[in-house]
Design a protein around this ligand. Sequence first.
Ligand SMILES: [Zn+2]
Length: 378
Amino acid sequence: MNEATQEKGALRVGSLFGIPFFIDASWFFILALVTFSYGSGLAGQFPEWQGVVPWLVGLIAALLLFTSVLLHELGHSFAAMAQGIPVRSISLFLFGGVARIERESTSPWGSLGVALAGPLVSVALFGLFTGMQWLFEPTGGTAAILTLLASINLALAVFNMLPGLPLDGGNALKAIVWAITGNQYKGIRVAAFTGQGVGLLMMAAGLFSAVTSGFSGLWFALIGWFVFSNARSYSQYAQIQDKLSGLTAAEATVRTEPTVPVHASLRTFADFYALSTEQPVFLVTDYEGRLVGRISRSRLTQFEPEKWSSINVSEVMEPVDAAETATLTQPLSEVLNRLNEKSLPRIPVLYPDGRLVGQVRMKDIQRFAQGDRWNPAH
Ligand SMILES: [Zn+2]
């Protein structure tokens, strides 16, 4: 997998090659489960192992499994970074690992590269562990762990190449359809459709085998449900993007909120803006109406009210990153991606010369996406 929203409730445990690394609380559950499963298998295979030994070896094997998963995610991440695309995070959670890549590649071939890089790492690890077995001919526990690691990595590669979103095979299928049709969203729709099929088949197969093999079948069905529901949201996303096609930021820009003049004092800001509305953040414009910064009402609390008259808004405002603005002629689908990437509720819209027109709000785009051709007053 290489995309999802997995940061809420997750614990930041460090960085991997500069990428923030998170562990979700749910991961400890699956770690315990895998340790138990491997440990009981090893206890049966090696009756001479005493006490906690099989469980300890099971834990080590489980940690090596998740190391394999992380290396798979690093494969996706390096392919994205080679294209200049930042990776926001890598996380471990209930259903494995996920690399949160900031945006889609600009070409279908780039997208195909990111999709295939993870499974390629898994195939390479399978080759490595198989080669080590062949080369060193180990016995006992070492042989058991090497066999396990080889089969885990092969399974990771094969499972992830099932041709439906959100799996890597689905991302590859998306890229291929994109290359053939020239339409990225058609690619997502096709791969989201097959992804729902893959998810449903997994649920059916899992529930069927739950009758014979118990818990592991239920677990497989649960992963199937995860695939199905993710594929469905991809499909909804592609439909929204399709409805937005042909529309530009201009059609969704609203001017509802007052902006603060850059020459105003904090006193003026407090009396005429901050204290008269609930608005948490205000955009700041210069004499020509160009966007020069933003100021939040909470900034006021950092200064004594007696000093407000002597401090200028320009001295305490924050700059607005160009990546967090849109232009009037920009396609609305791009504006939506930008809002999603930065998790913004709204984005300032500028004329080409930098003057502020207004804002596009997430809720307005959602109204467009519902097919509601409502005309914002501006
Ligand atoms: Zn993957």
